[in-house]
Structure formats: structure tokens, C-alpha cells
Design a protein around this ligand. Structure first.
Ligand code: NDP
Length: 351
């Protein structure tokens, strides 16, 4: 028997879709991703980008508090032990891994089936659709919700990898308010709207923000450029590329070495944080061109205020179809919409 709903992805969009679809008695099957070294390096392990962050202070419903008791009562012991750091006994905002484990558990409580594997191939030309996993399984399904998200681009330097979560981040809004960044010089790499937005946001906390741009031309819109150039706390370095992130195991990031790409000279700057804002890559390779994408590679919604894609019965939710908002709450919102769209599609087809 084909599945009614298969959800691919396990970030907020995937779990919100699973909670709604399971409560609609559709018994959804979630492919949460494989726990492979390749996925770890790419930042595409189960539970998505939020699982890679620290505290989540802007997800409605989770003000800072003593969450350990709640987490212990809501989550099974094996997941607490395996997937969460020793629970903080002090007051704190929910962390990304905590939030994602709670969402996963909520979906499980209503009968969601979960497979810890990647979908590597789809055939959308057949009905029911056919999916193939990394482990070699084949699954048939009447509808698919693609919620595979996007991954932040990094430069690929070993020193950058070493200090991820200890000063290196690709999300100022997620991490900028952490104590380690307060009143310290910080660095943002990139010259697009995201870079300006991140740099501007970080000026609330930093003593100074250095922006590194590889050219002397912004990709950001004029209004955003003006915001960067007129902010006295933002120091723009044109024609500069990051050579190495400096630091040690105890303090994390303590500085950077940058290179002038015009004359190859280098200099070191003290900094306690490095934020990459050089774009995101949506996780759509497994679709192999069978669903229409926009010019940046994100899945295209074909109807306003609906999660429909170019293939009837295939819906998209979260960052895989969003290069603009990219927030946990907006992803969860579109996940809910996709489940309702799938439910109505199945009802209309009598499936
Ligand atoms: P963009 O692709 O617009 O910009 C990426 C920036 O990173 C460019 O300056 C690019 O430089 C630089 N870059 C890319 N690769 C490297 C590299 N290897 N080394 C150094 N620099 C690099 O991405 P954004 O995330 O900024 O924006 C994505 C979309 O989201 C855009 O459409 C943007 O308008 C939108 N957005 C809108 C916002 C708003 O309006 N408030 C806020 C945030 C995003 P180069 O130009 O040299 O290629």
C-alpha cells in the first residue's frame, strides 16, 4: 500500500507538517535524514539547521525559564541521553536541539512514522510517486512534502570548521546576542543584503563590526548599502578575503587573518566572532530537476498563499522554498500549510 503522505526533512517545517498530518489520521512517514559523516560536514544531519544552533530566543512560546523539568517529562530518556547535552539547571531559552527534539516527539505522539535515512532519488512521473533511500529502500506515496531546508554556505577553511559554535556562525539573528559577542569586535563576511542585515543587527551587541568584502561592490540593495556605510560601528574592508580564523580551544575565536586580494598582503584583526553571510544553498539535488526551481535553486510555489509546487501532489515547506524569511517560525508555519494542502488534495482525489 502506498503511503498517504511522505515528509522529507526534519526541521521545523517537517515536524509541523508531521504534527498536522498525523492528527489528520494520515499516518505520515518522515525521512529525517541519515546520520552520515557527509551530512555532518554539509550541515544536513537530522533535525536541520536549528539543531546546529544554541539558544532560540525568538520562537514564540518559549520564554527563558527552568525548562529541564519540562524536557524530562516530555522526552523519552534515550533521546535525552543521546541527543541533548546535560540539561541546564539554570534559567535559559530553549536551545535549538531541545526545540527540535520536542517537535519530533510531538509528531511521534500522534503516530508519525520516522525513518532515519536520506531520500536520494524520486520518480515524480509515476503515480503513486516512488522514492528511493540511501539505504536502498523503495517507498510509494500519494503525496510528498519537501521540507529539506537549506544549508548556510561556509568558505570551507579548516579553521572555520574548528570554531563552529565557538565564535563562528552563519546566523547573527540566532547567535548574536550570546554573551561571548557582547562589547567585542565581530566580523561579517559578505556584501549582500544578508551581510548588511547581520552586520547591522550585530552592532547592537558588538563594540565594532568589520565587514569583509571580496570586491569593492556591494551585492546588497542601495538602501542596505547606505545602512552599512552610514553606521559608525561598521568598518568595511573592501577587497579582503578571510585567510584563517584564529583562536584556541579555551577561548574559541580570538581573531582573524585577512588577505588583501589586490596585493596579497595580510593583516590580523582581533575579533571574538565571525559570521558568514555568503548565501545559502537549498537542499534540492535529490529532486534532479523534476520540480520547478527559481533562479536561485529554491523550490517555486506555483500559487499565492499555497504550498503547491509545479508537480500536483508535491508540496514544499520551509527554507527549501524560502530565500527571504528563513526563520524557524515561518518554516513551521509553511509546514502546517503543506500538511493542510496535502490533506485537502488527498480528499479531493478520494485517496
Ligand atoms: P547574496 O547572494 O545576495 O550575496 C552573497 C554575498 O556573499 C555577496 O556579496 C557575495 O560576493 C558574497 N560571497 C559569496 N561567496 C563568497 C565567497 N566565497 N567569499 C566571499 N564572499 C562571498 O546572498 P544574501 O544571503 O545576502 O541574500 C539572498 C537573498 O535574500 C537576496 O535576494 C537578498 O536580497 C534577500 N535578502 C533580503 C533582505 C532584505 O531585504 N532586508 C535581507 C536578507 C536577504 P560577490 O557579490 O562578490 O559575489
Amino acid at each position: 500500500m502506498p503511503e498517504h503522505v511522505v515528509i522529507i526533512g526534519s526541521g521545523p517545517a517537517g515536524w509541523a507538517a508531521a504534527i498536522y498530518a498525523s492528527r489528520a489520521n494520515l499516518s505520515p512517514l518522515v525521512f529525517e535524514g541519515a546520520e552520515t559523516e557527509e551530512n555532518r560536514i554539509a550541515g544536513t544531519l537530522p533535525l536541520g539547521q536549528l539543531n546546529l544552533t544554541t539558544e532560540v530566543e525568538n520562537y514564540p512560546g518559549f520564554p527563558a525559564g527552568h525548562l529541564h523539568q519540562f524536557l524530562r517529562s516530555a522526552l523519552p530518556k534515550d533521546r535525552l541521553d543521546t541527543y541533548l547535552e546535560p540539561l541546564h539547571e539554570h534559567e535559559h531559552a530553549v536551545t535549538g536541539p531541545e526545540l527540535m527534539n520536542l517537535m519530533r516527539q510531538q509528531a511521534t505522539n500522534f503516530g508519525t512514522k520516522i525513518v532515519t535515512d536520506d531520500v536520494v532519488d524520486v520518480d515524480l512521473s509515476r503515480r503513486p510517486f516512488v522514492l528511493r533511500t540511501l539505504g536502498g529502500e523503495t517507498v510509494e506515496t500519494h503525496t510528498i512534502i519537501v521540507a529539506t531546508g537549506a544549508r548556510a554556505n561556509y568558505l570551507g577553511l579548516p579553521s572555520e570548521e574548528r570554531f563552529k559554535n565557538r565564535g563562528v556562525s552563519a546566523c547573527a539573528v540566532c547567535d548574536g546576542a550570546l554573551p561571548r559577542f557582547r562589547n567585542k569586535p565581530l566580523v561579517v563576511v559578505g556584501g549582500g543584503d544578508s551581510a548588511v542585515e547581520e552586520a547591522t543587527y550585530l552592532t547592537k551587541y558588538a563594540s565594532q563590526v568589520h565587514m569583509l568584502m571580496r570586491r569593492d561592490v556591494f551585492r546588497a540593495s542601495k538602501i542596505m548599502q547606505d545602512r552599512a556605510t552610514s553606521n559608525p560601528k561598521i568598518n568595511i574592508h573592501y577587497f579582503r578575503e578571510l585567510d584563517e580564523v584564529l583562536g584556541d580551544d579555551k577561548a574559541g575565536v580570538t581573531g582573524i587573518r585577512i588577505r588583501n586580494n589586490q596585493d596579497n598582503s595580510t593583516e590580523e584583526l582581533p575579533a571574538s566572532g565571525l559570521f558568514l553571510a555568503i548565501g545559502h544553498t537549498p537542499n534540492t539535488a535529490f529532486l534532479k530537476g523534476q520540480v520547478e526551481l527559481n533562479d536561485k535553486g529554491y523550490i517555486k510555489f506555483t500559487t499565492l498563499m499555497r504550498t503547491y509546487t509545479s508537480v500536483e501532489g508535491v508540496f514544499a515547506a520551509g527554507d527549501v522554498a524560502d530565500d527571504y524569511y528563513r526563520q524557524a517560525i515561518t518554516s513551521a508555519g509553511t509546514g502546517c500549510m503543506a500538511a493542510l494542502d496535502a490533506e485537502r488534495y488527498l480528499a479531493a482525489k478520494g485517496l
